[in-house]
Write a protein that binds this ligand. Structure first.
Ligand code: ZN
Length: 231
């Protein structure tokens, strides 16, 4: 097992991603989701994506905000879907807003002043990572791949799933891409000839690498591999 600490939107990371047979996405940002959507259709690499949303509102259940109960928990949900040919793409599923891809490339989503200017409940200010829900989402992504590959009862595709924690219900979205979506049409199977530039400088990845501990790159036995050895 080898870990790489490149971002999928850096040239090195993008080329590593294109070497994979399947990609799991937990990027939670528009630019890398756009890149992975390109990988799924232009390069025909199945991408299993997902996400978690936790819904809290200000105040207690009587609507009063107190120091002891500044928020109330409304619910939580997680999504899982496999994207690629004959399935709805991440853009059509609403997993990213194409307008926000350019904003992220311009650095706005890492600009504290810009983020601070957004409404408190704006989706770009979210980023829930509640362990139990993230575990459920990760399991749903793995099961999505297993269903696609193994086809239990000859069922490979049930659409994109959205599971509500509060009510223990799961919705399925079986719509295809919207008419005119370029991913399953102009881009599909074009590879590098698709001519879509997805990579660039990613300051957050550079900073994360600089802050990473030297033990981050380990083999399956927990030993540092030669790449990261300090000896
Ligand atoms: Zn689409």
């Amino acid at each position: 097992m080898h870990g790489f600490d490149d971002s999928v939107i850096e040239q090195e990371g993008w080329l590593r991603a294109l070497d994979c047979d399947v990609l799991f996405s937990c990027v939670d940002r528009p630019w890398p989701r756009f890149a992975l959507n390109v990988a799924a259709y232009a390069h025909l690499i199945p991408v299993v994506d997902g996400g978690v949303a936790v819904d809290v509102r200000a105040g207690n259940y009587q609507g009063l905000a107190t120091a002891a109960a500044p928020f109330r928990l409304i619910g939580a949900e997680w999504r899982a879907h496999l994207v690629g040919p004959n399935r709805e793409c991440m853009e059509c599923l609403g997993q990213y807003d194409p307008g926000e891809v350019g904003m992220e490339r311009a650095g706005l989503l890492d600009d504290p002043a810009y983020i601070a200017s957004l409404p408190a409940d704006h989706h770009l200010r979210r980023g829930e990572n509640v362990f139990a829900f993230s575990m459920a989402c990760a399991a749903a992504e793995v099961l999505e791949l297993l269903r696609a590959v193994l086809g239990p009862s000859k069922i490979h595709d049930v659409g994109a799933t959205l599971t509500h924690w509060t009510t223990a219900t799961t919705e399925r979205d079986v719509d295809g891409c919207r008419a005119g979506c370029p991913f399953p049409t102009q881009l599909q199977g074009r590879g590098d000839a698709a001519g879509v530039d997805v990579t660039g400088r990613h300051p957050a990845a550079v900073a994360a690498r600089a802050a990473a501990r030297p033990t981050q790159s380990m083999n399956a036995y927990g030993e540092s591999d030669s790449k990261s050895s300090t000896h």
